[in-house]
Write a protein that binds this ligand. Structure first.
Ligand SMILES: Cc1cc2nc3c(=O)[nH]c(=O)nc-3n(C[C@H](O)[C@H](O)[C@H](O)COP(=O)(O)O)c2cc1C
Length: 282
């Protein structure tokens, strides 16, 4: 019997990921290393920047794609969905993994499967990994210190099981995800909910700005103006500018008050959120 290692020799996989604050990138890196160690050719494509999502990608150079996205308001971020809509998979096999902060992840799997099928991709697996919630930086406390080693081990298992599907060694097909009880317009409403929380978009809170320009350069949607030191209403509240500001002077409003409400809304305790496990769907 041919071993997985021999069989993978000529396999070429693209990992295309969006990561504003680094969680999705951490999982992408673990997956990249695991593939590399298994003799598989891997190419990384970071689509977080505005410019990178405008570049043409030649998918026919690869045998399969692994997409990595954070979950924003229960779905893949709108900018990622719009980017996917520019691709034609032409029947190519793919997989998607998400990182999320502990709440409302099921719809993301359902909607991404529908979208990828519309774009002519064949989705063979999905996965979800816990990642410290972006809003922790403004007062929430969800799954701090994730992803951790146990999440990375699930990521390694996920990608090797996915490779077996890419190679046709495992001919089982990914099942259907449960249809969410809300329709798309209700999810669009939920997306607006975060802006009812974030009443102050990232803003320079002090004069100690070194004018490095990183906030403007890194903004995934060109919403930040370094001169004014404030994001405009194109802002998607991804916190990329806040995380990367070397002067530490960019902030939103304090979100601490909404943390207890968030737990109540999801009928979960902090412990239950923190004890969630990363999961593979095959
Ligand atoms: C605008 C926005 C909306 C989010 N919505 C959700 C959500 O619905 N459920 C959840 O568990 N986490 C949510 N998160 C948290 C992120 O999914 C999580 O922190 C993710 O790991 C961030 O990935 P990154 O570090 O690669 O950017 C949201 C984060 C942002 C910025």
């Amino acid at each position: 019997m041919i071993s997985l290692k021999e069989n993978t020799k000529n396999l070429s996989i693209l990992i295309a990921f969006f990561s504003a604050t680094g969680n999705t990138k951490k999982i992408s890196n673990v997956i990249q290393k695991k593939l590399h160690d298994s003799n598989i050719l891997v190419t990384m494509l970071d689509i977080t920047s505005y410019a990178s999502r405008k570049e043409e990608i030649l998918l026919n150079q690869y045998d399969a794609v692994v997409f990595g996205f954070p979950i924003y308001s229960m779905r893949a971020p709108r900018v990622c969905r719009e980017w996917l809509e520019t691709l034609d998979g032409k029947g190519m096999k793919c997989s998607v993994f998400f990182t999320y902060g502990g709440f409302g992840k099921d719809p993301a799997h359902y909607f991404i499967k529908k979208l990828l099928e519309k774009q002519n991709f064949k989705l063979v697996s999905t996965a979800e990994f816990l990642g410290a919630h972006t809003f922790n930086r403004s007062g929430w406390k969800a799954v701090i210190d994730r992803p951790n080693q146990s999440d990375f081990e699930v990521a390694q298992d996920y990608v090797m099981k996915t490779v077996r599907r890419f190679l046709g060694d495992d001919l089982n097909e990914l099942g259907e995800f449960e249809k969410p009880m809300y329709d798309v317009s209700q999810f669009d409403q939920a997306e607006k909910y975060r802006f009812s929380l974030i009443t102050k978009l990232p803003t320079k809170d002090s004069k100690n700005c070194s004018m490095c320009g990183l906030c403007e350069k890194l903004c995934p949607v060109n919403a930040m103006n370094m001169q004014k030191g404030i994001a405009d209403n194109r802002c998607i509240a991804c916190f990329r500018c806040i995380v990367n500001c070397p002067d530490g002077i960019l902030h939103t409003n304090d979100l601490s008050d909404s943390w207890d409400k968030k737990l109540k809304m999801h009928k979960m305790t902090k412990e239950e959120v923190d004890n969630l496990k990363s999961k593979i769907y095959l």
